[in-house]
Design a protein around this ligand. Structure first.
Ligand code: PMM
Length: 273
């Protein structure tokens, strides 16, 4: 089972969107998205995360019909080939349709906050659920990047989401938490969370982390005042994965799979996990 203990897992990303910051448009065509999924699996991805709605800061939402039009054929094709699929959605309707089409896990960046029907629907489906730390939709989220103590505040807000998920009937062994790197957070907030994941681990649930190609890495690697472009942030992303694997994080959500598997192999060899 995908949630069994063991070395850190790699979740490869397919954004079937025209406008994601990291790979926007690359996999918008169904055939390209499916062949990209096959490529990520051939590289060794343990699971594939498929999303049809960009969450880039400032972006206007996609409607549910369009979200399903983008992802359902990709889910059907890759599930038929035996891939373990995660669905990156904030909508219960999309979650239900994709699990019926063969998806294995729901990844909700809003942790069930965006759609009140999400937690009961996932409880009913009986699949694992990733609850990410989130404060508002993309148009407002960066206005809410204010914390007394980001580590404690994110821990407490995630604990509240976990509690809501359990009350809705999601089994504790099917719940995964994610601090939501870059969502209502500044670069400093992201680094503080990465330094103190032990505090989040105290909640007792597996952790998923998504740092791949994010803005704070572009800023870290900036040259002449210009952030490093998203597709040139993969080495730095994999460096973080090494550290996450040493800490026993459950999984990383990444655009490039092989580099991260290599990083995990090194960390696993050194730590004996
Ligand atoms: N980040 C993005 C989208 N979905 N899901 C989880 N669980 N965690 C994340 O950090 C996360 C996510 C945005 O990144 P992308 O545009 O590169 O997919």
């Amino acid at each position: 089972m995908i949630l069994d203990p063991g070395p850190t897992k790699v979740m490869g990303i397919i954004n079937v969107t025209p406008d994601s910051f990291s790979d926007g448009g690359d996999w918008f065509d169904h055939d390209l998205a499916i062949s990209h999924g096959r490529d990520l699996l051939a590289q060794g991805a343990h699971l594939i995360d498929i999303g049809g709605e960009s969450t880039r800061p400032g972006i206007i939402r996609t409607d549910s019909a369009e979200e399903l039009r983008r992802i359902l054929p990709v889910v059907e094709a890759l599930a038929a080939e035996g891939a373990i699929l995660s669905i990156d959605t904030m909508r219960a309707e999309v979650a239900v349709a994709c699990v019926q089409a063969g998806a294995a896990l729901i990844n909700d960046v809003s942790g069930g906050l965006a759609d009140p029907a999400m937690l009961p629907a996932v409880a009913e489906l009986g699949v694992p659920f990733v609850a990410m730390h989130w404060r508002a939709h993309s148009t407002q989220m960066q206005d809410l990047a204010h914390y007394e103590n980001v580590v404690i505040d994110v821990r407490d807000e995630l604990a509240a989401r976990a509690e809501a998920a359990l009350v809705a009937g999601i089994a504790p062994e099917r719940l995964i938490l994610d601090p939501g790197i870059g969502f209502a957070k500044t670069g400093a907030h992201n680094w503080a969370l990465l330094e103190h994941l032990d505090v989040l681990a105290e909640l007792g649930f597996p952790l998923l982390l998504g740092v791949s190609r994010k803005r704070f890495l572009g800023d870290l690697l900036a040259a002449e005042g210009r952030p490093r472009p998203p597709k040139e942030r993969d080495d730095a992303s994999a460096a973080i994965t090494t550290i996450l694997a040493l800490q026993g994080i459950w999984a990383v959500r990444t655009h490039s799979v092989r580099q991260h598997l290599d990083a995990i192999a090194v960390a696993t060899r050194l730590s004996g996990r």
